[in-house]
Design a protein around this ligand. Structure first.
Ligand SMILES: [Zn+2]
Length: 98
């Protein structure tokens, strides 16, 4: 229900425009194919029912590719995610906060 709501579709569009179609906001990794919107802080059904603000919070959302989304949720080793970008930096999960 959430992902079919006009509110979600509007927020989704804003995230895609902000992230410019880049995987996790990395300029070297444009997303080919379907763009997924990932919640950095995971949401639960309860959050949805209570309309928790983090559902639509742009700070909690990031564009990812299908592959990256699987890696995040199903735990392929992170070195396989961006093998050329192993170094972690402050805010590297929130690239727009540089
Ligand atoms: Zn996700």
């Amino acid at each position: 229900m959430l992902y079919n709501s006009s509110e979600w579709k509007k927020v989704r569009r804003m995230v895609i425009i902000r992230d410019n179609g880049f995987d996790l906001g990395h300029m070297e990794h444009p997303i080919k194919g379907q763009i997924y919107i990932h919640h950095l802080e995971p949401i639960t059904v309860d959050d949805i029912l209570r309309r928790n603000g983090k559902i639509f919070d742009l700070e909690n959302l990031i564009s990812v590719s299908f592959n990256t989304h699987n890696v995040i949720h199903y735990g392929v080793e992170s070195k396989n995610l961006f093998p050329d970008q192993m170094e972690r930096r402050e805010n590297d999960t929130c690239p727009w906060k540089q």
